[in-house]
Design a protein around this ligand. Structure first.
Ligand code: MG
Length: 452
């Protein structure tokens, strides 16, 4: 494991290599020491998940924690359970989300159902490193299983949308569960919403998944084809732990995540009669334009869904998310919420028209994304240097360096896990976006050469 165990999405590693039983056992003890005496756990259907969950639970119980095992359910279903119960001190999800099947991970949830803060993660990591003493035999914790969490989550999602309107629309969809956690919830949710669904990759088994569980266009070829072949109104896909949700139009076009944010943001702000939408500085201007056109306000944060979720709560925003399919609905819970994303998009299509038509109304932008190498020791200084080369541009330091121009922007953002910078360039004019992207890659490399 590297210097900091927790990355942007918990602790990740290859099962039985760096993500091993010993680590899960130690993490169980550390979580118990930091979060408290009553902890809920859940897992995705990865080959290593039961093994790691077993070790984690043993660690929790050995320091006196009473554990509630919710089984194989989506991360947002675990978060929903913790928030609604109210008497739990937190939770742990065993999942590597969208990573390849040999990976697994440990993600910690606070007592209010939101993802643990960086401070809580640091405290857990510190306890892991120093070790936590076990309790005497009489103080060992209990383990109970609870089967109802998936159902409670589904019912809560249904209560959060206009289920009657969805039921009377007789929609037909294709759902790709990616052999992951969505198998436990999304097919049942669609059935209860009266939606006729063709489910693909609906077996919860990631030993030999049909495709990688990152819901990108490249990984969803089967879904795009199935939507076209079946004449469905919509295609829907989740990542491995079903906290994210992406969409496909009836003509089999993949909807990039920032366009889904724009469409849902516009719909929810209109329905609410105004309000705020929270996105990150890496998200396309299409969201601000589209939400602004119906009287909504856009707030930008640093990259990271817990940061977006906390800003939404602080601002009283209606909606927020990231362009990778992470959608957060203030009316439901302050975390990425795959099933709520699915149900909200169904309502949006029923009320505001087919997805392909809604897409055609959006302004068009080109975003070019590149990555350049940058040794850790230059990560801070390089953006200072580059900013000083552009005294006329408007500068935004929310996350890395964002330079705003009349027709678009450039974002230079250090990777948290690799010796790299990501360089994003967006413009209404495709040529300008490409040109600026190349110019900034050149400038980055020249500046790095000067610093060396
Ligand atoms: Mg995920």
């Amino acid at each position: 494991m590297g210097s900091r165990m927790f990355g942007t999405n918990g602790v990740r590693g290859v099962a039985n290599e760096d993500m091993c039983c010993e680590l899960a056992l130690g993490m169980g003890r550390a979580v118990g020491a930091i979060l408290g005496r009553r902890i809920a756990v859940a897992s995705d259907p990865r080959t290593s998940s039961q093994m790691l969950k077993g070790a984690l639970c043993a660690g929790l119980m050995s320091v006196g924690v009473d554990v509630v095992d919710l089984g194989m359910i989506p991360t947002p279903a675990l978060q929903h359970y913790i928030r609604v119960r109210g008497d739990l001190d937190g939770g742990v999800m065993i999942t590597a989300s969208h990573n390849p099947p040999e990976f697994n991970g440990i993600k910690c949830v606070a007592g209010d159902g939101t993802e643990c803060t960086k401070e809580q993660e640091d405290a857990i990591e510190a306890a892991y490193r120093t070790g936590v003493p076990t309790v005497g035999w009489h103080g060992i914790g209990t383990l109970t299983t609870e089967d109802g969490a998936a159902d409670e989550y589904i019912e809560s999602v249904i209560a959060g949308v206009d289920a009657d309107a969805i039921r009377s629309a007789n929609l037909k969809v294709v759902l790709d569960c990616a052999n992951g956690c969505a198998c436990a919830t999304s097919p049942a949710l669609l059935e209860r919403l009266g939606v006729s669904a063709v489910v693909i990759n609906g077996e919860p088994d990631m030993r030999d998944p049909a495709h990688l569980s990152e819901p990108t266009e490249d990984n969803l070829g089967e879904l795009l084809e199935e939507v076209r072949n079946t004449g469905a109104d919509l295609g829907i896909a989740h990542d491995g732990d079903a906290d994210r949700c992406v969409f496909v139009t009836s003509d089999g076009r993949y909807v990039p995540g920032d366009l889904a944010l724009a469409i849902l943001g516009r719909y929810l702000v209109s329905r609410n009669g105004g309000g705020k939408v929270v996105i990150t500085v890496a998200t396309s201007m299409v969201v601000e334009d589209t939400v602004g056109a119906v009287g909504g306000e856009t707030v930008y944060t640093a990259v990271g869904s817990p940061i977006v979720a906390r800003e939404m709560a602080a601002d009283g925003a209606v909606f927020g998310g990231e362009e990778n399919g992470g959608l957060i609905f203030a009316s439901h819970q302050f975390c990425r919420d795959g099933a709520m994303g699915l149900a909200s998009m169904l309502e949006c299509v029923v009320r505001a028209g087919p997805l392909s038509e809604q897409l055609s109304e959006l302004p068009s932008y080109t975003t070019v994304k590149k990555a350049v190498k940058c040794p850790e020791e230059f990560k801070d200084r390089i953006t200072e240097e580059i900013a000083s080369n552009h005294p006329d541009a408007k500068v935004d330091r929310t996350d890395g360096l964002k330079l705003l121009f009349d027709d678009g922007w450039v974002l230079l953002r250090p990777s948290g896990t690799e010796p790299k910078y990501r360089i994003y360039s967006e413009s209404r004019d495709a040529n300008a976006a490409e040109k600026r992207s190349s110019e900034f890659v050149d400038e980055f490399e020249k500046t790095l050469g000067k610093l060396r």
